[in-house]
Design a protein around this ligand. Sequence first.
Ligand code: ATP
Ligand code: MG
Ligand code: MG
Length: 364
Amino acid sequence: NPKIGILGAGQLARMMAMSGYPMGFEFVFFDPNPEACAGHVGELMVAEYHNELALEEFCQKVDIVTLDFENVPVETLRFVQKKKPVFPSPEVLEIAQDRLLEKQFCHSIGVPTAEFETINSRSELKFAAKKFDYDAILKTRRMGYDGKGQYRIKSAENINQLPEDIFSQDLILEKRVAFKREVSVIVARNGLGDIKTWPLCENKHKEGILTTTIVPAKSLPLDDLSIEYAKQLAVALNYIGVLVIEFFQTEDHIFVNEMAPRVHNSGHWTIEGAHTSQFENHLRAGLNLPLGSTEMTGMAAMLNWIGAFPDGVLSITEPDLFWHIYGKEPRPGRKIGHSTLLASSPQQLHDKIVNLVKKLGVQL
Ligand code: ATP
Ligand code: MG
Ligand code: MG
């Protein structure tokens, strides 16, 4: 039975393990946070990512290593790679951790992104923001997630108000894309070069945090190109595992927003909604097993629960409604669970969402 080590022990690691247990896989998690929620479903080693002694011990316990968090230090992955096979590779992680390298990589293979400028000072920001007609988003190059480390720039005034310490980090200014919708492509690729994608996911965000995913996205002419770009990126990165590419779609263009070198929140619906989940195929890819079918029958919606759960959620049962509660302490802005709904038509899916939201008395 393969023993899989996961760096990072959040809900993604937890769901990976829950998908691997039926196949007889075993898991060991590594996370600096003793409360990390994958610890409820398997062995958790608590140590800092740069603790080589602890990493050494972790490597001895497992056959292969992956991650649930893209901000694991690249040096940690390099250290682990000397002992055990790691997927995705440290080279990929290095690119995916840095919005600049990520965009440059896209451009190197002809995949478009939003226009951007690197920023090192307030005066550079003033210059670039003007170029983008004061309609832009300032982002830290590294460590951002769920919209953290982002500042909307709408005027010269906004720039003057930014605290000075922001400029001690490497920054990037992106022109705001007036998108019609946001979609993501989930790709799985194994070392034999097998590559599969799930149907296109349509994502809605609130304050930078994913709130809902609907799949398949209503079909538009640029969909095939999004899927093609995602596959091209996976091949060019020589990627092993699940890779997710987020896109902005406008009337007649698509742009890559960013990539996630891991399973992704917009793919949680695959647990019940597709023949094979993103979690299972991620593990299959790393173990060089054939990938399972990524087809779905019907439609799926994923609703994120952020901050707190509405009261009495588990008393609501419906056919084709699935609750996922991660066992995390509720906190504002924190993803603590999700629900998946399955339906056979867009109308039925819509009705089921409206019905559930009404029963819960919440607003999405
Ligand atoms: P995560 O990794 O959790 O998806 P993140 O913190 O890396 O999030 P982004 O994906 O860069 O953040 O941005 C979060 C959301 O903010 C996007 O999904 C989009 O809704 C909006 N956004 C970000 N950049 C742009 C842009 N250039 N134009 C328009 N909207 C943007
Ligand atoms: Mg991100
Ligand atoms: Mg994102």
